[in-house]
Design a protein around this ligand. Structure first.
Ligand code: C2E
Ligand code: CA
Ligand code: CA
Ligand code: CA
Length: 276
């Protein structure tokens, strides 16, 4: 019998299994996996819907076990937070992502990298400083790093969180609200945060099948983003019909299997060219 990690909807289209009784899930395991270099980053392109140019790529972490099993992030990010190993893992993710991004260009333009921030990282008083150190070490222009925040993962009431976000924004790092529309008090937060990008959650895009479908919530988000001068990334675009609907209504960017699944470095070889 095996414990099954369902990889459904997660980009590698396969089911991975772990033998029963294997203690995949503790903090010491994560630390050892970091030492043994078992974590890898996959990158998924985000395209400019008007031009088809790859504008950025999102870094998505995977844990490749010695036997080749792939553990999805949903299975270990929370664990890393609970066991106090998230800051180490996050440092590795940031360092790897910003170093990779220095070589990315598409259609002669630099491609930015988007990195997910966990709640534990955002609460840590040293987070912004560490982010900026990684950016400086890689000599990456700060605008080429985007930090993705999930609303439900952080509290703006926390002084440390506010200080981190102000420090990052002051330095020119861009901020994105991830899974937009699924959290609460979104509008209040938008008003307080110096956000550059809204990522519309896949759950709003998936039901989109018809070119004339009303989709009032998506329409309202696009209008609001336009009024606020924010870029919008529609997540989980899987069909040309979805892309057309969004493009015709002024959505600036899209991400999803239609353009490319998360893939190991170099990202989305078909569309991203490494520069010399
Ligand atoms: P997320 O940030 O919302 O990432 C998008 C997820 O949707 C990814 O799953 C991606 O593979 C999947 N996806 C992208 N396009 C499509 C599509 O067209 N259709 C479908 N069905 N799915 C699509 P993944 O890589 O399993 O990541 C799951 C979550 O784990 C992420 O959600 C993010 O919250 C978290 N995560 C991933 N990498 C990191 C990381 O480096 N740090 C932190 N803190 N969290 C991470
Ligand atoms: Ca994300
Ligand atoms: Ca998302
Ligand atoms: Ca998510």
């Amino acid at each position: 019998d095996a414990a099954i990690f369902q990889a459904k909807s997660r980009g590698y289209g396969q089911t991975v299994t772990a033998p029963r009784g294997s203690t995949v899930h503790n903090g010491a395991d994560i630390r050892r996996a970091l030492e043994d270099q078992e974590f890898v980053l996959h990158y998924q392109p985000v395209v400019d819907l008007a031009t088809g140019t790859v504008d950025k790529a999102e870094a998505l972490v995977r844990w490749v076990r010695p036997d080749g099993q792939i553990v999805p992030p949903d299975q270990f990010i929370r664990l890393a937070e609970q066991t106090g190993t998230m800051l180490e893992l996050g440092d590795w993710i940031l360092s790897t992502a910003v170093h990779s991004a220095t070589t990315w260009h598409h259609d002669g333009r630099p491609v930015a990298v988007s990195v997910n921030a966990s709640g534990a990282e955002l609460q840590d008083p040293t987070y912004a400083r560490r982010v900026l150190r990684h950016v400086a070490d890689a000599a990456l222009a700060p605008e080429r790093l985007i930090i993705e925040l999930v609303e439900s993962d952080f509290s703006l009431a926390s002084r440390a969180v506010r200080a981190n976000l102000v420090t990052l924004a002051d330095a020119g790092v861009r901020l994105a609200i991830d899974d937009f529309g699924t959290g609460h008090s979104s509008l209040h937060r938008l008003d307080q945060l110096r956000v550059d990008i809204l990522k519309i959650d896949r759950s709003f895009i998936s039901p989109l099948t018809d070119p004339d479908q009303p989709m009032p919530v998506v329409t309202a988000i696009l209008a609001m983003a336009d009024a606020l001068g924010l870029d919008v990334v529609a997540e989980g675009i899987e069909t040309p019909e979805q892309a057309d609907w969004l493009r015709r209504r002024g959505c600036s960017h899209g991400q999803g299997y239609l353009y490319g699944k998360p893939a190991p470095h170099p990202p989305a070889t078909a569309v991203l060219h490494r520069s010399a």
